[in-house]
Design a protein around this ligand. Structure first.
Ligand code: BG6
Length: 476
């Protein structure tokens, strides 16, 4: 990367970091929190991603916030665990849950760190799943609205940036991985019904936020993976557009225009899918005007045409951290994914593609003309404490510098970007590889096999990021 022409960042740009409750907090059975579906899902991946301790942020939050302040963060994006707030179907509010997030929010504000709060990051309480039918039952909409109202009522005086459902698109695309498809007999069709219910939850949250939080702003958090056509063959271009629609554009169009786009309506008709959209649903959705789009972006993909008579192949994520295990899917007549010879990959076969960041920001800006914030972007790696006691994550420094450079270029291209929150501040559990795939600026001394002393050690990337953000993006 050529750092000669350094892009500039706006004066009040928020430089932060990111996390999610179930991946960082631990303390799953403490102070009244009840189990969430993701706890059970993570148990099935043992020894990976067992979230009962995680980074034990629940007990280390003050230490973590003081490290954030030392680093110079001006924002911190985290999520609230629904089952800490509403532990059972009686809808009683758990005062200990409110207290924990009050303390966290107050500590952040005391250190001039703006809280950016995700309402839902994969952790539906088990009681919603068991007693209310989970994501496939419309009763979840009222329960989610109630939970959001409790959050707005208790934290809305201090939290002004709210995010609805983390990566709703990825929850649908990777339904089995994140536990959403549990109990569905025909996921191919049922996912669209679940997606519609999630859309209604998103809409309820947006409307309640605007009603209850003075000056509150709220937006969705799609996971975004730019998709390039493999060649200039027009068939590959259409395949790339199909992939874009079915993994992200259907969701983004919906959030912004508040209706289902023509592509998905035709797709549903072609495959005999009925997502159970009722007339009053669209009236509600029309009222849910978002204020910004938050974006999670790690990598890019390549798509090519797939013959109608080719054999279907499902995508398989690399769960081992040994290169070469990712299985590129084939969806006959729609699209297939393919490797990209122009970019390198990490140990999990994720493309390392900083230009994807600029592409994404320009694409979203061109289509939707809304302010954007980056809520996730990061480099997952196997890491150990070195003999000198430090953690030397040079590759992460390169990754972050290259990605931020492209954010800067996108801003110069005319995109309104208000914040950059890389994943993650401390090490935390990866969705599939637990502590074996670390993302943090701060090392947490624990492994999947053994809970250690949980000591926090600043990695080299912490020092680089700190210097960089304290200069508001001048110290490359
Ligand atoms: C995002 C999720 O999609 O990717 C996070 O919002 C997740 O929860 C992150 O941790 C990185 O993915 P993984 O599988 O490496 O943990």
């Amino acid at each position: 990367m050529n750092y000669q022409e350094k892009p500039r960042f706006p004066k009040n740009f928020m430089w932060g970091a990111s996390s999610a409750a179930w991946q960082v907090e631990g303390a799953v059975n403490e102070d009244g929190r009840t189990p969430a579906i993701i706890d059970l899902n993570s148990q099935t991946k043992k020894p990976y991603a067992d979230n009962s301790v995680a980074a034990d942020h629940y007990h280390h939050y003050l230490e973590d916030v003081s490290l954030m302040a030392e680093c110079g963060l001006s924002s911190y994006r985290f999520s609230i665990a629904w089952s800490r707030i509403i532990p059972d179907e009686s809808r009683r509010v758990n005062p200990k849950g409110i207290e924990f997030y009050n303390h966290l929010i107050n500590a952040l504000i005391a250190n001039h760190i703006t809280p950016i709060v995700t309402l839902y990051h994969y952790d539906m309480p088990c009681w919603v799943d068991e007693k209310k039918g989970g994501w496939s039952d419309r009763r979840v909409i009222d329960e989610f609205e109630y939970y959001c109202q409790v959050c707005f009522e208790n934290f809305g005086d201090r939290v002004k940036y709210w995010l609805t459902l983390n990566e709703q698109n990825m929850q649908i695309v990777y339904g089995d991985w994140l536990g959403v498809s549990k109990g569905c007999s025909d996921w191919f069709k049922e996912k669209w019904k679940i997606n519609h219910i999630m859309n209604l939850c998103h809409a309820k949250a947006v409307i309640a936020c605007h009603r209850m939080v003075p000056g509150g702003k709220i937006g969705p958090v799609p996971g975004y993976v730019p998709i390039y056509p493999e060649t200039c063959n027009p068939a590959d271009q259409i395949a790339a557009m199909n992939a874009e629609e079915l993994t992200q554009k259907v969701w983004n169009d919906f959030y912004v225009f508040r209706e289902y786009n023509g592509f998905i309506r035709r797709y549903w008709k072609e495959y005999g899918i009925d997502p159970d959209i009722r007339p009053q649903d669209m009236e509600l959705i029309q009222q849910a005007e978002i204020d910004f789009i938050a974006l999670n972006c790690y990598r890019s993909n390549v798509a090519k045409a797939a013959d109608k008579d080719s054999e279907i192949k499902e995508l398989q994520l690399n769960k081992s951290g040994k290169k070469g295990e990712f299985v590129y899917p084939v969806y006959p007549g729609i699209y297939a994914l393919a490797p990209n010879p122009y970019v390198q990959t990490n140990d999990w076969d994720w493309e390392i593609d900083p230009v994807a960041m600029r592409y994404m920001l320009r694409y979203i800006n061109d289509h939707y003309h809304l302010p954007m914030m980056i809520t996730e972007n990061g480099y997952g790696a196997h890491e150990e404490i070195a003999e000198d006691g430090g953690v030397h994550d040079q590759q992460r420094i390169h990754f972050l510098r290259d990605q931020i450079f492209q954010v800067g270029l996108a801003i110069e291209d005319g995109c309104e970007v208000i914040a950059y929150n890389p994943w993650s501040f401390t090490d935390l559990l990866s969705t599939g590889n637990g502590m074996a795939k670390r993302y943090g600026l701060v090392f947490v001394n624990t492994t999947d096999a053994e809970v250690r002393d949980l000591k926090r050690i600043k990695k080299d990337s912490f020092d680089w990021y700190s210097k960089f953000i304290k200069s508001n993006g001048k110290a490359w």
